[in-house]
Design a protein around this ligand. Structure first.
Ligand code: SF4
Length: 228
């Protein structure tokens, strides 16, 4: 575990050197924790850019839980048609607004255990709201970039988001949990792409498990060719 902590420290240090998380295109079109909750819910299987566009009109028409609750899933659908799974998302937004209105006096709860009981809210979305709005580091938001990159680097042996989250929580200091997701997302968008990662230009290539295995394999192949 000591070595893994060392690895995590170096990864964090280098990511911080390379990415300015404030400049990146993340979810940025919200002015209340509730709006961030809705934006984060919409971002599943959609890009942050798409969600920022959609929420422009959406939050003008529905700024709070009350306005969503008074509407209907079908009406909400009209505003979010360009994002993936819009029918399910419209239904969840409508239902979670009703729950917030009746059980939380329209405010957003501040614990993961309460948040994940809301319709359509999983740990990832809950962590985004806690980290980004409330600055509460209860966990780490594991999205597809965090999932892919932490596995490739060798920070986890798991592919299941909840197990990855547990592994990362043991490796990274608590005060970095909130920014870690944004750092991984930046790296996943620029260098560690899903299909063709740019390993030869990556500042983590000397410590990345996937790259080290790749290099070992190609030098073995070269050796075999020479001895043939
Ligand atoms: S070396 Fe390749 S696989 Fe490893 S983090 Fe960099 S881009 Fe991703």
């Amino acid at each position: 575990m000591k070595n893994m902590n060392k690895l995590a420290n170096v990864v964090l240090e280098r990511l911080l050197e390379h990415y300015d998380i404030k400049k990146k295109e993340f979810l940025n079109n919200y002015s209340t924790p509730f709006q961030l909750l809705v934006a984060a819910l919409l971002s599943a299987q959609s890009t942050d850019k798409q969600v920022n566009t959609v929420t422009n009109q959406l939050f003008k028409r529905y700024p709070d839980p009350q306005s969503f609750a008074q509407s209907s899933p079908e009406e909400i659908e009209q505003y979010i048609k360009s994002v993936g799974l819009y029918k399910t998302k419209a239904r969840n937004i409508h239902n979670l607004s009703k729950v917030l209105l009746s059980e939380y006096n329209s405010s957003v709860p501040k614990t993961i255990s309460e948040l994940i009981k809301l319709p359509g809210i999983g740990r990832k979305t809950a962590n985004v709201v806690l980290n980004d709005w409330f600055q509460i580091n209860e966990g780490i938001a594991v999205d597809t970039h965090v999932q892919r990159i932490s596995y490739r680097i060798g920070l986890t042996k798991h592919t299941n988001p909840e197990k990855i989250e547990k592994d990362l929580m043991l490796l990274f200091p608590k005060n970095s949990w909130g920014i870690l997701t944004r750092l991984f997302i930046s790296h996943g968008r620029e260098i560690c792409l899903a299909r063709n990662p740019k390993c030869d230009n990556c500042f983590l290539s000397d410590i990345c498990k996937k790259n080290i295995i790749r290099k070992n394999k190609s030098s073995k192949r070269e050796k075999n060719n020479i001895t043939k």
